[in-house]
Design a protein around this ligand. Structure first.
Ligand SMILES: [Zn+2]
Length: 492
């Protein structure tokens, strides 16, 4: 190679590397004055006692309503009345359906749209046979000084009680909101894809009264510690859920003659079904990096260490590569496409009998914008055998996507950033379901965020054994709700 050409290639490569180094140096979180966090009085000891008591009342919900012990909900309501005397005295309380609650705190400016804080009162049962696996009994609410133990500690009596403590303390302090404040506590959120649950009845009640909500805050997002040596050092990821995936169970089935297994046809119903399942698994839904995901990765990328930022500062150019990689990693893939999970199978009742019907249940989790009808069309399109029958068993449509430039999103963002400059606030897609999307007919700004610091190890205990919450997160949680109510209930 001629010397001049060689030098110009080296020179060009050097210039590109230099430019990249410059971009990486500039690719940092925006310097913004988030202001000071307001001082908030919280009686942590009392809040812990209350949470322990709340956990000890087993408000368990079941898909079969007749199995629900509503006397436990009555007991829970009596406890709330007693624990929060000012709320009992000053807020209007209504019971909707069997046990769902509406608390209405009248503001001074009833011409403005009210705000709503959501929570569900119910918890999932403790799986039979696992009772003894718990370090402290599942409905004890035991406080060992470090943790409060029991079902609902993280999902979500912590959040419900945090809201109640915040309102009670604000009342004690003589705070008066401008906007009306609603506390809306459903009774059956844990019943998956519940189309006519408590939250729906609450929403219908408000809607019938002509109420349009300015904003809603519910469970879904969390404050997750992240510490990846050399990549992200000692940060907290505050994920604010701006949307949630849909849910649909479909049965796909095929009928056949059946008969004795000593004279089988080339493909029995089970074999034909197996081919249909492979068709489904081989033809996944399209993947797409939505703008909010790009926002999420950009915010995380900006907080990475300098060597990592040399890569993350090129995010727009890396999008196709990221999509390819994410599709190969199931938890990442679930963020960018509608997922297909084949879960249950049934065939013949005996080993020597050919099935007269073979069926599979397939669980789909839809991206916002993909409807149950789209899923059904997809199934019909990709399964080559047109004799396969397709039935929808259960569904809950994906939510709308709430904006990230609303007043209420910015309040949550600001409070997170005031708490620590090392927090990373990012919008994200909630994989499970919450009651929040039920409020879409009367609200556009719906956010899912629980201000409780909990690592992945703790979050994995929700719905499982040893659900517990760190005592150290109780005070900051209540303080967050106090600040949130102060800001969100103001006119601007
Ligand atoms: Zn929950």
């Amino acid at each position: 190679m001629k010397k001049a050409v060689k030098y110009s290639i080296i020179g060009a490569a050097g210039a590109v590397a230099g430019l990249n180094a410059f971009r990486a140096a500039k690719f940092v979180p925006e310097k913004k004055d988030w202001g000071e966090l307001s001082e908030e009085k919280v009686d942590v000891e009392k809040a812990c006692e209350h949470l322990s008591k709340a956990i000890s009342i087993p408000t368990v919900s079941y898909p079969e309503k007749e199995k629900v012990d509503f006397s436990q909900f009555d007991k829970f309501h009596d406890f709330l009345d007693e624990a929060f005397p000012l709320i009992h005295e000053k807020l209007e309380k209504e019971i909707i359906e069997e046990a769902s609650l509406i608390y209405h705190w009248k503001g001074s400016r009833s011409d403005l749209d009210p705000i709503a804080l959501l929570a569900h009162q119910d918890v999932v049962p403790i799986s039979k046979g696992t009772e003894d696996d718990w370090t402290h009994p599942g409905f004890s609410g035991f406080n060992d000084g470090d943790f409060i133990w029991g079902r609902g500690a993280l999902d979500m009596k912590n959040h419900l009680m945090g809201v109640m403590e915040a309102v009670e303390t604000l009342l004690e302090e003589g705070f008066e909101p401008e906007r009306d404040v609603y506390l809306l506590f459903g009774q059956d959120e844990e019943v998956v894809a519940n189309e006519n649950g408590g939250a729906k009845s609450i929403m219908e009640t408000l809607k019938a009264r002509g109420i349009h909500l300015d904003c809603v805050i519910d469970e879904g997002g969390a404050m997750l510690p992240v510490d990846i040596k050399g990549v992200l050092n000692n940060k907290h990821l505050c994920g604010i859920g701006i949307a949630e995936k849909g849910y649909a169970d479909f049965e796909i089935s095929i009928n056949a003659k059946g008969g004795h297994s000593s004279q089988p046809p080339k493909h029995s119903a089970a074999g034909i079904l197996a081919q249909a399942i492979r068709d489904l698994e081989n033809h996944q839904f399209d993947a797409e990096l939505r703008p909010f995901l790009v926002d999420l990765f950009t915010n995380i990328g900006k907080n990475c260490t300098y060597p990592v930022r040399l890569i993350t500062c090129n995010l727009p150019a890396l999008k196709p590569l990221m999509k390819t990689v994410m599709k190969q990693i199931p938890p990442a893939a679930s963020m960018i496409r509608t997922t297909t999970g084949v879960t249950m199978l049934s065939g013949s009742p005996a080993a020597n009998v050919l099935p007269q019907k073979a069926s599979a249940t397939v669980n789909f989790r839809m991206m916002p914008g993909v409807s149950t009808q789209d899923v059904e069309n997809h199934i019909h399109k990709v399964i080559r055998n047109k004799d396969i029958e397709v039935t929808c068993l259960k569904k809950k449509e994906a939510s709308a996507i709430s904006p990230t430039d609303s007043r209420s999103f910015k309040i949550i963002e600001k409070l997170c950033m005031q708490e620590s400059k090392d927090n990373i606030v990012a919008p994200y897609l909630v994989m499970g379901g919450t009651d929040a999307c039920t409020y879409e007919p009367i609200c556009e700004n719906i956010y899912r965020y629980s201000p409780y610091r909990a690592g992945v190890d703790l979050l994995l205990c929700t719905h499982g054994t040893n659900e517990r919450i760190p005592v150290s997160s109780i005070g900051p949680g209540v303080a967050f709700f106090k600040r949130y109510i102060r800001l969100a209930s103001a006119e601007n």
